[in-house]
Design a protein around this ligand. Structure first.
Ligand code: DC
Length: 231
């Protein structure tokens, strides 16, 4: 029997399949899935659309001022079998995945006020619910008391290959090198920033999925949940 209010934190590097894994966990165990990265992406999209980036820099104060007026929420679209992100009443699921957003999101995610606001929203969403949340600081900052913390990783080559395939599949014009460079830069900024950097929580279990199928990853999880008496 699954505990209704089980909290599972999935953190790790960019593009190592955290969202896919977290979504299948949510589906299998009837938990709510929250993509915290989508929230940082939505704030970044807002900044781009409002012209708050110039010469590669962000007008931090203007973005911070706008934060209280931003509404970010998620819905599940059964006809497309996917979760969708809404920003101020507009479905932005496609827009937030563009490489232009990926290229700028780490800059936004290192702003303390942005993190404070989004962490608060993430905790509110998870209150008294069974939840799987993926991101970079879920086990360390957002839910330090999570029942299970998973730290996912995979080799840069494998991650590049997966993300490249995904973007090309969506019709984006990107090169492999551009994708690899984006992942490398994001990992670097995310891991070295001052505000809640990407770090493995001491009690997190590492899952390197470079050579694992989705089925094998789920098997790994099932065994852990049983071992811990959580399932
Ligand atoms: O998971 P993702 O690649 O969609 O996340 C986009 C960016 O947001 C990522 O480069 C780092 C940032 N992020 C973060 O700082 N903290 C989180 N909890 C989730 C994402």
């Amino acid at each position: 029997m699954m505990n209704k209010n089980l909290v599972i934190a999935v953190d790790g590097h960019s593009s190592c399949g955290k969202s896919s894994f977290a979504k299948s966990i949510a589906k299998k165990y009837g938990l709510i899935y929250i993509d915290s990265g989508a929230m940082y992406r939505a704030v970044t999209l807002y900044g781009i659309e409002k012209g708050l980036f110039s010469a590669g820099n962000i007008h931090q104060n203007a973005l911070i001022e706008a934060l209280p007026s931003l509404s970010i929420r998620f819905t599940y679209n059964p006809s497309l079998s996917r979760y969708e992100t809404w920003l101020n009443g507009r479905n932005v699921e496609e827009n937030i995945r563009h490489i232009e957003v990926s290229a700028r999101v780490s800059q936004v995610a290192k702003i303390r006020e942005v993190r404070q606001q989004l962490v608060q929203m993430q905790r509110d969403i998870g209150k008294n619910k069974g939840i799987v949340m993926d991101g970079r600081d879920i086990g360390t900052v957002v839910f330090p008391q999570a029942d299970l913390k998973i730290f996912m990783t995979a080799s840069l080559e494998v991650r590049t290959g997966r993300r490249y395939k995904e973007l090309i599949g969506k019709g984006e014009k990107v090169s492999r090198e551009e994708v690899m460079e984006n992942l490398r830069t994001r990992d670097q900024i995310d891991s070295t920033r001052e505000e809640s950097p990407l770090r493995q929580a001491p009690d997190a279990l590492v899952l390197d999925n470079s050579f694992l199928t989705p089925g094998e990853q789920m098997e790994w999880l099932e065994n852990i949940l049983i071992e811990k008496g959580l399932a």
